[in-house]
Design a protein around this ligand. Structure first.
Ligand code: NAD
Length: 480
């Protein structure tokens, strides 16, 4: 299997002639190779995008919308193939890729194919001065989209669909760990009639290919999703070049549980929010805070339910969890179990590497719950991004809020309560971009998506992202 770059509407070999291995984490075996593209490859992609921009940016909204809708149709038609590729590349259960990741990639295109037809700008009259101001929302030009490995096609399309809808040409880089579905998508875009050069996909390492995209002087906006450390590095690189930046970064999300909640719904959802996609979702609730009066009850029930989760080959229908994305990542996640042991924390379940039938060399790990006595510990302060959650009791609302907010991250939070006053108080005071009350991961694509504090800068979703991918120009006409 050779993953190629996609430049000017065609698959192509990299001029770097430098190749990386791609690994199937469920068996720990190399299944193919992908280019580690260099500056020359990025420049070729940029030239193609630049050439395509005048025509694409002048293409009618209706035509752009129709092409995007067609891409959505083709993703749906190829659900099986894409889901298998995603699961093989990432280690996630095939059932999850089929039910969530790939359908959402189609929805991203369909949503922005419609949103662009409703996108509007403002006008302001200055009656006394006999003037009218109006705003033009113009596409930026060539934009860079860089995405991570945890939800590969889901997040790749979450960026490129609005960028294309707004009339930009795109230079995109999927994660080097999971490049397969972006590679397959390119062909579907050609089939849907996306003109050549409008979308270009360049593969490679962040430190080489990604860096070349961010440093390119004429790529005027970068939309990035990934780790906080990488985000900070990108911000430092892009700032002197005055690029527009959207940064969606890490999380350490609190899940706050009050005794007055709907218990069964909370318990089922909490298992999901802790371990979906092996805990490798930036929105996973990794710090669980429980009201003291029900702490012991919850602990017993939660541990029991988590012990029932089945870790297995992603292709098996009954696997609740698949493999972690890579050996390095598995080792990193396991190192937190070692830290917990050193600190004599109470490991309530899990904590071990696993081997599964037919996946002996895969990167599997038991879902793990660790009881902590302080929110200041490393397990509660660093993003682990794997199947480990911590459990801690709180006495009252004030303490719960303080615990939830004592973190450098601010992506999302979940609150379980049937008390309206309490839910509004927490919604107002939690320092996160997203608050879920009595639910988790319920998304409406019209809403702003993003984080506060070290979880990012800017918002994706709805018109927010269409504003990001356009330049606002104010026109003032005096008609006196
Ligand atoms: P990462 O930061 O290592 O890599 C993300 C992408 O950036 C990859 O494509 C990588 O090649 C590229 N990259 C790395 N260095 C670069 C550089 N110097 N210049 C340009 N590009 C560079 O992140 P990851 O390990 O792929 O993903 C996991 C992280 O992503 C976690 O921290 C997770 O919380 C975060 N994440 C955030 C969101 C969100 O919406 N906030 C969503 C998903 C994942």
């Amino acid at each position: 299997m050779t993953i190629k770059n996609y430049i000017n509407g065609a698959y192509c070999m990299p001029s770097s002639q430098d190749w990386l291995d791609v690994i199937n984490p469920s068996v720990g075996e190399i299944y193919g190779k992908l280019p580690n593209s260099n500056r020359e490859d990025v420049q070729l992609a940029y030239e193609a995008a630049k050439k395509a921009f005048p025509e694409w940016s002048k293409t009618s909204v209706e035509k752009r919308s129709a092409i995007l809708a067609k891409i959505a149709d083709l993703i749906e038609d190829n659900l099986e193939v894409l889901a298998k590729a995603e699961s093989m590349d990432n280690g996630k259960p095939l059932s999850l890729a089929k039910a969530v990741d790939i359908p959402r990639a189609a929805t991203n295109f369909r949503f922005f194919s419609q949103a662009i037809t409703q996108f509007y700008s403002e006008s302001h009259e200055q009656i006394a001065a006999k003037s009218i101001n109006f705003t033009l929302r113009q596409p930026i030009g060539v934009v860079g989209c860089i995405s991570p490995w945890n939800l590969p096609l889901y997040l790749f399309t979450w960026k490129i669909a609005p960028a294309l809808a707004a009339g930009n040409c795109v230079l995109a880089k999927p994660s080097e760990v999971t490049p397969y579905t972006a590679f397959l998508l390119a062909e579907l875009c050609s089939k849907a009639g996306l003109p050549k050069g409008v979308l270009n996909i360049v593969n490679g390492l962040g430190s080489s290919t990604g860096q070349a995209i961010v440093e390119h002087p004429n790529i005027k906006a970068i939309s990035f999703t990934g780790g906080t450390k990488t985000g900070a590095h990108i911000a430092r690189t892009a700032a002197p070049l005055f690029k527009k930046l959207s940064l969606e970064l890490g999380g350490k999300n609190p899940n706050i549980i009050f005794a007055d909640c709907d218990y069964d719904k909370m318990l089922t959802t909490t298992v999901k929010s802790a371990f979906a996609n092996q805990g490798q979702i930036c929105l996973c609730g990794s710090r669980i805070f429980v009201e003291a009066s029900m702490y012991e009850q919850f602990k017993t029930d939660f541990v029991k339910k988590v012990k029932q989760l089945k870790v297995g080959l992603p292709s098996k229908k009954d696997s609740d969890l698949g493999a972690l994305v890579s050996e390095d990542h598995l080792e990193k996640v396991l190192s937190y179990v070692e830290k917990a042991k050193q600190e004599k924390m109470n490991i309530l379940c899990g904590g071990e590497k696993l081997t599964t039938e037919n996946g002996k060399n895969g990167y599997y790990m038991q879902p793990t719950i660790i009881e902590v006595s302080s929110n200041d510990c490393i397990l509660n302060q660093e993003e682990i991004f794997g199947p480990i959650v911590t459990l801690m009791a709180f006495e009252n609302d004030k303490e719960a809020l303080a615990l939830a907010n004592t973190t450098s991250y601010g992506l999302s939070a979940t609150v379980w309560t049937n008390n309206l006053k309490r839910s509004l108080h927490f919604s107002e005071h939690l320092e996160t971009g997203i608050v879920w009350v009595n639910t988790w991961m319920q998304r409406d694509l019209r809403t702003p998506f993003g984080g506060q504090k070290n979880s990012g800068v800017g918002r994706e979703g709805g018109f927010e992202v269409l504003r990001f991918f356009t330049e606002a120009k104010n026109i003032c006409i005096n008609y006196e």
